[in-house]
Design a protein around this ligand. Structure first.
Ligand SMILES: Cc1cc2nc3c(=O)[nH]c(=O)nc-3n(C[C@H](O)[C@H](O)[C@H](O)COP(=O)(O)OP(=O)(O)OC[C@H]3O[C@@H](n4cnc5c(N)ncnc54)[C@H](O)[C@@H]3O)c2cc1C
Length: 299
């Protein structure tokens, strides 16, 4: 059954004409809109196999993160992809931005072990491998992460899973980011609103409790398991000394989250030339997500 779905997907992509996959549409305009003549197709849906002891899951790209995490949580595991209830696995990988818990759970790019995608010629290609240690050849499948569907249209992936944390807690207090970084041992998130820092601690209960105690002695207050501040949607690059303007800084990734969109990023000519060369190699006729440009997307 699983294989047939991929075959149907390959057929729907076909061998010619402009085409793009539509996921949950939550970040549809990132990198620009596809041209009006672009045919929109959907990726197949469903979890093919989940092996809790191997900590890997094979899942079709149109599956929502919500459905995937529901299944994984039955074994107290999760994947390091974040989004809203409509977000699809394929969309989260193609947007590719890391979340605020990256310090603990790793990057989106590292989560992807294998991808099966339809290339510009309409062929089904398998890149990467099902095991965590896989060191032969170019790391093709990870090149797809953040490519906004301009290099291939993804039908199925194998993702690395991780155990859910035994305990998770947010604290709020007055240390400045640099001080806070040195006080705690590997917090999973560290946010700053210009006045206070918000620290998320995760792990085994006993470890978390001792870190909590340390922070409480420094005047921190325990805020529960949910992030106590709302994080605005748009990502800006944060540089020390920058005015936060009501935004929230993710200290580990130097991203400033704001409610206004960032200006288009500037890249050097060399970077743009190399990016275009790779795109042309994957898609000589320019049929995959035409109009969309990963280099126009923010950080
Ligand atoms: C910490 C964190 C929190 C987040 N929180 C939220 C949140 O609260 N709400 C939210 O909406 N998002 C959130 N995101 C973003 C989220 O991870 C995804 O980037 C987003 O939801 C995209 O998924 P989508 O299915 O809606 O994709 P779409 O918007 O449908 O598509 C995005 C792009 O991916 C391409 N694409 C989609 N599927 C495929 C495929 N199978 N093959 C090839 N190309 C494809 C599309 O053509 C398009 O270019 C968060 C991200 C992080 C890191």
């Amino acid at each position: 059954m699983g294989m047939n779905d991929l075959e149907d997907f390959r057929e729907s992509v076909g061998e010619s004409g402009p085409v793009a996959v539509v996921g949950g549409r939550t970040h549809w305009t990132v990198g620009g809109n596809p041209t009006d003549d672009t045919r929109l197709v959907s990726a197949p849906v469903g979890i093919d196999s989940f092996d809790p002891s191997e900590m890997t899951v094979s899942v079709k790209a149109g599956t929502t993160l919500k459905d995937l995490n529901e299944e994984l949580s039955r074994y107290r595991q999760e994947v390091c992809l974040e989004g809203s209830s409509e977000t699809t696995v394929g969309g989260a990988l193609m947007i590719g931005t890391d979340g605020i818990r990256r310090n603990l759970i790793g990057s989106v790019r590292e989560t992807l072990l294998q991808a099966e995608y339809v290339d510009a010629k309409g062929k089904l290609i398998k890149a990467g491998g099902p095991t965590v240690k896989n060191v032969t050849g170019y790391d093709l499948c990870r090149l797809l992460v953040g490519s906004l569907g301009t290099l291939g249209l993804v039908g199925r992936v194998i993702l690395r899973t991780r155990p859910q944390s035994e305990k998770s807690v947010w604290l709020q207090g007055g240390l400045q980011p640099e001080e806070a970084r040195h006080v705690c041992f590997q917090p999973s998130s560290l946010l700053w609103n210009g006045k206070e820092t918000f620290i998320q601690l995760e792990g085994y209960g006993i470890d978390v409790d001792s870190e909590v105690l340390k922070l409480k002695n420094l005047g921190y207050e325990e805020m529960g398991t949910k992030c106590p501040i709302s994080i605005p949607r748009f990502r800006h690059k944060f540089v020390n000394g920058m005015c936060l303007d009501g935004g929230i800084v993710d200290v580990y990734s130097s991203i400033l989250y704001k409610s206004t969109e960032a200006a288009e990023p500037q890249h050097s000519n060399e970077v743009v030339r190399l990016g275009n060369k790779v795109r042309t190699m994957f898609d000589p006729s320019g049929r995959l997500n035409p109009g969309r440009d990963p280099y126009r997307a923010g950080p």
